[in-house]
Design a protein around this ligand. Sequence first.
Ligand code: INI
Length: 154
Amino acid sequence: MIKEIKGQISAGKGKYAIVVSRFNEFITSKLLGGAIDALLRHGATEDQVCAVWVPGACEIAQVAKKLAQSGDYVAVICLGAVIRGQTTHYEAVCQQVVRGIGQINYDGEVPTIFGVLTCETLEQAAERAGLKMGNTGSGAAVTAMEMVNVLGQL
Ligand code: INI
Protein backbone atom coordinates (compact mmCIF):
# COMPACT_ATOMS: atom_id res chain seq x y z
CA MET A 1 0.00 0.00 0.00
CA ILE A 2 1.31 3.41 -0.95
CA LYS A 3 1.71 5.84 1.88
CA GLU A 4 0.65 9.28 0.75
CA ILE A 5 1.19 12.42 2.78
CA LYS A 6 -0.78 15.55 1.99
CA GLY A 7 -0.79 18.85 3.82
CA GLN A 8 -4.03 20.43 4.95
CA ILE A 9 -4.53 24.14 4.27
CA SER A 10 -5.16 25.18 7.82
CA ALA A 11 -3.31 27.68 9.97
CA GLY A 12 -3.17 25.49 13.07
CA LYS A 13 -1.96 27.04 16.32
CA GLY A 14 1.49 28.38 15.36
CA LYS A 15 2.54 31.92 14.56
CA TYR A 16 3.29 33.15 11.03
CA ALA A 17 5.78 35.89 10.23
CA ILE A 18 5.45 37.96 7.08
CA VAL A 19 8.38 40.03 5.77
CA VAL A 20 7.21 42.63 3.28
CA SER A 21 9.27 45.21 1.39
CA ARG A 22 8.23 48.84 1.10
CA PHE A 23 9.71 49.36 -2.38
CA ASN A 24 6.72 49.35 -4.77
CA GLU A 25 4.45 49.56 -1.74
CA PHE A 26 1.44 50.11 -3.97
CA ILE A 27 1.88 46.45 -4.99
CA THR A 28 3.39 44.95 -1.84
CA SER A 29 0.63 46.29 0.43
CA LYS A 30 -1.84 44.31 -1.72
CA LEU A 31 0.32 41.19 -1.36
CA LEU A 32 0.35 41.69 2.41
CA GLY A 33 -3.43 42.10 2.46
CA GLY A 34 -3.79 38.88 0.46
CA ALA A 35 -1.48 36.95 2.78
CA ILE A 36 -3.22 38.14 5.95
CA ASP A 37 -6.64 37.45 4.48
CA ALA A 38 -5.63 33.88 3.53
CA LEU A 39 -4.22 33.16 7.00
CA LEU A 40 -7.32 34.52 8.78
CA ARG A 41 -9.70 32.69 6.44
CA HIS A 42 -7.89 29.43 7.21
CA GLY A 43 -8.29 29.71 10.94
CA ALA A 44 -5.49 31.99 12.17
CA THR A 45 -6.26 34.68 14.73
CA GLU A 46 -4.69 38.14 14.45
CA ASP A 47 -2.34 37.24 17.33
CA GLN A 48 -0.85 34.50 15.19
CA VAL A 49 0.34 36.92 12.48
CA CYS A 50 3.27 39.36 12.65
CA ALA A 51 4.21 41.52 9.65
CA VAL A 52 7.65 43.15 9.42
CA TRP A 53 8.31 45.89 6.85
CA VAL A 54 11.78 46.25 5.28
CA PRO A 55 13.04 48.86 2.77
CA GLY A 56 13.41 46.71 -0.35
CA ALA A 57 13.54 43.17 -1.69
CA CYS A 58 17.28 42.95 -0.99
CA GLU A 59 16.61 43.37 2.73
CA ILE A 60 13.98 40.63 2.98
CA ALA A 61 16.33 37.66 3.46
CA GLN A 62 18.26 39.03 6.43
CA VAL A 63 15.08 39.70 8.40
CA ALA A 64 13.48 36.44 7.26
CA LYS A 65 16.52 34.53 8.52
CA LYS A 66 16.34 36.16 11.94
CA LEU A 67 12.61 35.42 12.22
CA ALA A 68 13.08 31.81 11.05
CA GLN A 69 15.84 31.23 13.58
CA SER A 70 13.94 32.87 16.45
CA GLY A 71 11.91 29.76 17.15
CA ASP A 72 8.78 31.89 17.48
CA TYR A 73 7.27 31.14 14.06
CA VAL A 74 6.15 28.03 12.20
CA ALA A 75 6.69 29.73 8.83
CA VAL A 76 8.04 32.92 7.31
CA ILE A 77 6.31 34.43 4.27
CA CYS A 78 8.44 36.76 2.14
CA LEU A 79 6.65 39.37 0.03
CA GLY A 80 8.09 41.92 -2.38
CA ALA A 81 7.90 43.31 -5.89
CA VAL A 82 10.87 43.74 -8.22
CA ILE A 83 9.88 45.47 -11.45
CA ARG A 84 12.32 45.73 -14.36
CA GLY A 85 11.11 49.03 -15.71
CA GLN A 86 12.33 50.87 -12.65
CA THR A 87 15.94 49.78 -12.50
CA THR A 88 19.00 48.81 -14.48
CA HIS A 89 20.03 46.44 -11.73
CA TYR A 90 16.83 44.38 -11.89
CA GLU A 91 18.78 41.13 -12.45
CA ALA A 92 21.07 41.80 -9.49
CA VAL A 93 18.14 42.49 -7.15
CA CYS A 94 16.30 39.39 -8.40
CA GLN A 95 19.36 37.18 -7.99
CA GLN A 96 20.03 38.41 -4.49
CA VAL A 97 16.48 37.93 -3.27
CA VAL A 98 15.98 34.52 -4.91
CA ARG A 99 19.28 33.19 -3.57
CA GLY A 100 18.83 34.71 -0.12
CA ILE A 101 15.32 33.39 0.52
CA GLY A 102 16.11 30.03 -1.11
CA GLN A 103 19.11 29.53 1.13
CA ILE A 104 17.13 30.16 4.32
CA ASN A 105 14.42 27.77 3.17
CA TYR A 106 16.82 24.94 2.28
CA ASP A 107 19.22 25.37 5.21
CA GLY A 108 16.70 25.87 8.01
CA GLU A 109 13.85 24.00 9.61
CA VAL A 110 11.20 26.68 9.18
CA PRO A 111 9.50 26.93 5.77
CA THR A 112 10.43 30.29 4.29
CA ILE A 113 8.15 31.01 1.38
CA PHE A 114 9.03 33.00 -1.73
CA GLY A 115 6.23 35.44 -2.48
CA VAL A 116 8.31 38.03 -4.30
CA LEU A 117 7.06 39.20 -7.69
CA THR A 118 9.72 39.60 -10.39
CA CYS A 119 7.96 41.30 -13.27
CA GLU A 120 8.74 43.14 -16.47
CA THR A 121 6.07 45.79 -15.94
CA LEU A 122 3.93 47.39 -13.26
CA GLU A 123 0.89 45.99 -15.04
CA GLN A 124 2.17 42.41 -14.67
CA ALA A 125 2.81 43.04 -10.99
CA ALA A 126 -0.66 44.52 -10.45
CA GLU A 127 -2.25 41.51 -12.16
CA ARG A 128 -0.57 39.28 -9.55
CA ALA A 129 -1.47 41.53 -6.63
CA GLY A 130 -5.20 41.01 -6.66
CA LEU A 131 -6.29 41.39 -10.27
CA LYS A 132 -6.75 38.73 -12.95
CA MET A 133 -3.76 36.54 -12.03
CA GLY A 134 -4.82 36.25 -8.39
CA ASN A 135 -2.78 37.42 -5.43
CA THR A 136 0.74 36.08 -4.95
CA GLY A 137 0.64 37.05 -1.27
CA SER A 138 -2.41 34.91 -0.72
CA GLY A 139 -0.78 32.03 -2.62
CA ALA A 140 2.38 32.32 -0.54
CA ALA A 141 0.35 32.15 2.69
CA VAL A 142 -1.52 29.05 1.48
CA THR A 143 1.83 27.46 0.57
CA ALA A 144 3.17 28.29 4.04
CA MET A 145 0.22 26.61 5.78
CA GLU A 146 0.53 23.51 3.58
CA MET A 147 4.27 23.24 4.21
CA VAL A 148 3.83 23.59 7.97
CA ASN A 149 1.27 20.80 7.79
CA VAL A 150 3.36 18.52 5.57
CA LEU A 151 6.53 18.99 7.62
CA GLY A 152 4.54 18.29 10.78
CA GLN A 153 3.62 14.88 9.40
CA LEU A 154 7.18 13.81 8.51
N1 INI B 1 13.73 46.80 -4.43
C1 INI B 1 12.54 46.22 -4.65
O1 INI B 1 11.96 45.65 -3.72
N2 INI B 1 11.99 46.26 -5.88
C2 INI B 1 12.59 46.88 -6.94
O2 INI B 1 12.02 46.88 -8.05
C3 INI B 1 13.84 47.49 -6.72
N3 INI B 1 14.49 48.20 -7.78
O3 INI B 1 13.86 48.39 -8.82
O4 INI B 1 15.61 48.64 -7.66
C4 INI B 1 14.40 47.45 -5.42
N4 INI B 1 15.58 48.02 -5.16
C5 INI B 1 16.03 48.31 -3.84
C6 INI B 1 16.77 47.15 -3.21
O5 INI B 1 15.89 46.09 -2.90
C7 INI B 1 17.43 47.60 -1.90
O6 INI B 1 16.44 48.07 -1.00
C8 INI B 1 18.46 48.70 -2.10
O7 INI B 1 19.36 48.33 -3.12
C9 INI B 1 19.24 48.95 -0.80
O8 INI B 1 19.94 47.78 -0.42
